[in-house]
Design a protein around this ligand. Sequence first.
Ligand code: PEP
Ligand code: MG
Length: 827
Amino acid sequence: MVGIVLVSHSYRIAVGAAELAREMGGPDVRLETAGGLDTPDHAIGTDAVLVMAAIERAWSDDGVLVLMDLGSAVLSAEMALDLLPEERRAGVVLCEAPFVEGAVAAAVTAKLGASLDDVAREARGGLAGKVAHLGMDVEDETASEVVVDEGSSTATITVGNPHGLHARPAARFVQTASAFDARVDVRNLTNGRGPANAASLNAIAILGATEGHQLEISASGPQAAEVVAALSSLAERNFDEHPSSGPPATSMPVADTGAETVGMADGVLRGHPASPGIAIGPIAHFHVPTIDVPEGRADDADAELRALDDALEATAIAVAAQRSAIVVRAGAQEAEIFDAHLLFLRDEAVLVPARTAIRDDHATAAQAWRAAIGNTAAAWDDLDDPYLRARAADLRSIGDQVLAHIVGVELSAPRLTTEGVLVAADLTPADTAHLDPDMTLGIATAHGGPTSHAAVLARSLGIPAIVGVGPAILALVEGTTVVLDGDDGSVLVEPDPDTTARIGTERGRRLTLLREMKVRAGEPAMTTDGTPIEVAANVGRPDEVGPAVAAGADGVGLFRTEFLFMDRTTMPDEDEQTEAYRAAAEALAGRPLLLRTLDAGADKPIPYLEQPVESNPFLGVRGVRLGLARPELLRTQLRAVLRVAQDHPVRVMFPMVATTDELDGAMASLEGARDDLNSTATLETGVMVEVPSAALIASALAAKVDFLSIGTNDLTQYTLAADRGNEHVAGLSDALHPAVLRLIRTTVEGANTHGRWVGVCGELAGDPTATALLLGLGVRELSMSAPAIAVVKHAVRDVDLTSAEAIASRVLAVASASQVREILVQA
Ligand code: PEP
Ligand code: MG
């Protein structure tokens, strides 16, 4: 049976239309929907990745018919087609039929076992009943549909956007024009440029349309009148541009890249502190290194054309994935820039000259593409408006991504070749993991929160970092000198020489202090009254253990094993895992190794695990839930853990436990793994407390295990309902909020009833200002990024437990994080 996919901007419309179609076609029609965006509230919009997933779900060897509502639904469906495996594309028809009537007609016809062509034809005729009923001539209507270029229509619109038709509004223009069966040309009446084909983003942008310019739209074809009406209405809506979008008005050395004024005042940009320390140096934007394109003529034009198409497809997949990630993290408006990037990849103004050079001039795909991008970007460079001119950078950046695919260069890892402060929109954990701490003086990102994994990694590398500064940081000119303060979250732009000297001295003072603390970092830390506190390291790979021990770690208090599963295409098997855990244990030379079982999902996706798309992955199948849903995965890992525990002091703990049933399931899996191996290994077991429910039932959990370790990153996220990776709520996501501190206290009390120890392995453990408080609350183990160990051990040695307990009772009585901070400062 032919499958049917309904693509709508609105989740509800898609689901409603599907319900109606099923009502007519029957419950077993293969009908799938892709409505709205992949956000918890299904915000209005369309997403190529969702459409592709819906097509895959509806897949049938008889083919799939896709019906779309308006505008970008069509574009997303086209992109989805590009994302599908090549062999499937021929089996999909994107059908221009009316959405609701077409869905009903298609469902009824598909149910009868009709072919894809027949289902499509019936869907196209879906309006016939309504037309006949309302007394119109059905045959004439149908006849006019096939006459191209018959009608024509023109209109003049005025550009009202303060920054003209830059990438986002131009993309909306092209998307809207492309949704109709009409050829649209545009002429800029104000500066005489044009005509430009409205199907080309580059052609539209090169019209140089700035605020107040008048554009003449001429359309021909069956839907000429409709497309002109739609474009006029789009112009009246200022191309759906949000009033806050656009470049900054600032006298700072800012490149015109569309940044907003977020976080900028008096030459200082503000973000969220993510990794302590001061960095002074020139900024270096994370961008692609120069790609060498080999000289020489190509012999096989078809092979070169295929190479170009493959690279375009691979880049489209990567951009679509980035788009989806940004929609979830920063919202649909921020993600629209990716629509422009996707349009560049199919823009005739670039593709036609590139293909012609391959076919007619024996150019290689790389040479042809580089020349086509270069020429088009040069045309952007010639525009009068600086803001539009700067869009050339977007084109070059996407062009480089394609070029990298063609020549087979890896672009994912940002690298600085001279010392500098790395600036990026955001960094993935993998990007951050590849940074060279000797060259990377500091990191500043436009997006992300302080407990995002990129921030966690920056801390582990000891690189000062600030996240969530906003797009203004991206607008700074390459090489601009900045002072980045990872403690207070500020970036001072182009400081005067006096300020630079003063901050340089302060930096030197802090470094000297740190050196002094490092001298004693290898010794155990005790409070003034002699209570030993274990200060351990958080690691993600075995090769981080040696440096952690050298930094003074008493052991590993959190091995995030999911990092072993990332950056690869297949799962590490039992032997490979055993080898990795054994290497970590050996590097610890008798110190304890605490392995956390796989914590995948949400912000740590592992592509090959093929988890279903979830509307709210942070509340979905992640952590131990994944291990229980995929028992073989957990049991294999636990066998590897037990094999190492046979010879080394090993602890194991389960992430994201919310109920005693989950813990029972995980412990049963451990017993199963023991049985598999006939293992007698001794092993301490524990639970991560990172969900409020776990803190509240700590006593019941503690009865079943040896220790509890508090993940303050997630515990804060779930307690305050603030996504840890979303810079817009980073202010809320504060582990020093009394609500979180009370849950820590509740956890300790629960554990104490069974004589169990409690540790903290979230980022709060590495904050020396919180050390006394955590010990006063009853925490006895702290695990953190290795660079923080020396500082925290120093802080532990200063703690008198009786006064720490007094501090703890005071903070438990207040109601806000700022009051907690006041108490800590006074103490
Ligand atoms: C936490 O949530 O605090 C934690 C340590 O786990 P992760 O940061 O890996 O989610
Ligand atoms: Mg966690």
